[in-house]
Design a protein around this ligand. Structure first.
Ligand code: SF4
Length: 489
């Protein structure tokens, strides 16, 4: 079942494209498509990971956001320096809700903003000396930190500071890792390159640290849990299930993670990867260099959780396979009760999603568990391999939009009239003002976790609370109010 027929969806795309000048129209047409589950490779229908069209309102972030905000920021016992002007770190500080345990400012630093606070003279004369001074201050004020990462903002790359030599010098002096990241915001087309740069830095500056260390006592059930950033406690809700089935989590990347866990991951027997887009580079590297196989899993909604637990268990022996069945049996009655409660209130409702690089496909199963249907999906920074995976999960005729512009998303929503839109903070108030229920699907709208069985209970409650909230009927978009007043006059 789909809200629109293929021809209708195609006609809508053509209509939306109409307003653009010819060159922009041709370019944007490649990024808008109607899904077809029979197509093997997404590149046949949609183009992704390209530069945004200048002048349109892209919703993307920058490479610094991908490296500092996503991959490195959650490593809690390291200090992450936002190297450059103060704004980048300050405006992105603590926004992603990567929960962690520890004492902030003592042995954990996740929600703090460390910046070299570039001024004009630093741009003219270089910021290396200032960076050295900052690292010395950090060492004095926060002696329990376990290492430092230097996250370059745009000006650092433009003036060509040598952050690598500062890192080497300071690492030697402190006898702690100092990792330089060339993740200046202007690099690449989106935050996606920042993930890649961050992965490469872990590969080059962190993973080899324990190559010669044989003191680690391994077990046959050691796993690394990667690509979970513990938004609202997601990694905790996932880890509990893996441990209940008998596995030992030796590394959790990077939500509530430590540098020691980064170093230990190559010693795991299997690497379980949740966010493929942001960490597949390291998964491949660990497989090639250390022989650690990796597997993608999906812990959104009971159907996908059970599927994933069984797939994970199949990589281990009978003890773990029994453990997976035990976990599924334990939680199934609770999940059935949740579905029984919420499904009648959500059945048949349509959702449109526009989020990062993974969730629009990963949450499809959770919505389906509640009887809901995803009728539009798109990514800010996905690549072709993400769309390859996505088209298999979507129904025929679903709208696909890559790096959608503000205008396109608004037009699609106006025409499709979904019952719920799930996207980011920049989109939230536009759609709420239109009177359309909205969930912020990057930070779970200050809720969560949404992963695991515990997460599904919260996910179902939040969708119901948002969608069936009586406030939407009382809301009139400001422009509609003006129209109504004009008519009445
Ligand atoms: S694009 Fe550059 S200036 Fe803007 S947030 Fe990213 S690093 Fe900072």
């Amino acid at each position: 079942m789909c809200a629109m027929k293929r021809e209708e969806a195609e006609a809508l795309i053509q209509e939306v494209l109409e307003v653009y000048p010819e060159k922009a129209r041709k370019d944007r047409a490649k990024h808008l498509a109607v899904s077809d589950p029979n197509v093997e490779q997404a590149k046949k229908c949609i183009v992704s990971n390209r530069k945004s069209v200048p002048g349109v309102m892209t919703i993307r972030g920058c490479a610094y956001a991908g490296s500092k905000g996503v991959v490195w920021g959650p490593i809690k016992d390291m200090v992450h320096i936002s190297h450059g002007p103060v704004g980048c770190g300050q405006y992105s500080r603590a926004g992603r809700r990567n929960y962690y345990t520890g004492h902030t400012g003592i042995n954990a630093f996740g929600t703090m903003n460390f910046t070299s606070d570039f001024q004009e003279k630093d741009i003219v004369f270089g910021g290396d000396k200032k960076l050295e001074k900052l690292i010395d201050e950090i060492q004095t004020l926060f002696p329990l930190h376990k290492g430092i990462s230097i996250q370059s903002e745009c000006p650092v790359g433009l003036i060509g500071d040598d952050i690598e030599s500062v890192s080497k010098k300071k690492a030697k002096e402190m006898d702690k890792p100092v990792v330089p990241l060339r993740c200046e915001g202007f690099r690449g087309v989106s935050q996606s390159l920042g993930h890649h740069i961050a992965n490469d830095a872990i590969r080059d500056w962190v993973l080899p640290n324990r190559d010669d260390d044989s003191s680690f006592e391994s077990t046959p059930y050691d796993i690394a849990l990667t690509g979970d950033y513990n938004i609202g406690g997601d990694a905790w809700a996932s880890r509990i299930l893996l441990e209940e089935m008998g596995l030992r989590v030796v590394a959790q990347w990077s939500g509530d993670g430590t540098i020691s866990e980064l170093e230990l991951a190559p010693k795991a027997k299997v690497n379980l990867l949740h966010c493929y887009r942001s960490m597949n580079y390291l998964a491949r590297h660990m497989e090639e260099k250390y022989g650690v196989p990796w597997m993608e899993y999906n812990f959104f909604g009971p159907t996908k959780i059970a599927e994933s637990l069984r797939k994970i268990a199949a990589l281990f022996d009978e003890k773990i396979q029994e453990g997976a069945e035990r976990v599924i049996a334990k939680y199934t009655p609770q999940m059935n009760a949740i579905i029984e409660k919420y499904r009648p209130r959500l059945e048949g409702k349509k959702v449109m999603l526009y989020v990062g690089g993974l969730r629009p496909r990963h949450v499809v199963g959770a919505y389906e568990d509640l009887g809901m249907e995803v009728v539009g999906a798109g990514y800010e920074f996905a690549h072709n391999d993400d769309y390859d995976r996505t088209i298999k999960d979507l129904g025929e005729g679903t709208l696909l939009y890559d790096d959608v512009t503000g205008y396109e998303l608004e037009e699609f929503v106006k025409r499709v009239r979904p019952d719920l839109v799930g996207s980011g903070i920049k989109e939230k108030y536009i759609f709420q003002k239109m009177g359309i229920p909205f969930r912020q699907m990057h930070s779970w709208d200050y809720s969560g976790p949404y992963h695991g069985y515990d997460g599904f209970a919260i996910f179902a409650r939040d969708m119901d609370m948002t969608l069936n909230n009586p406030c939407w009927d009382k809301l009139q978009a400001p422009w509609k109010k003006a129209e109504a007043a004009a008519k009445a006059a």
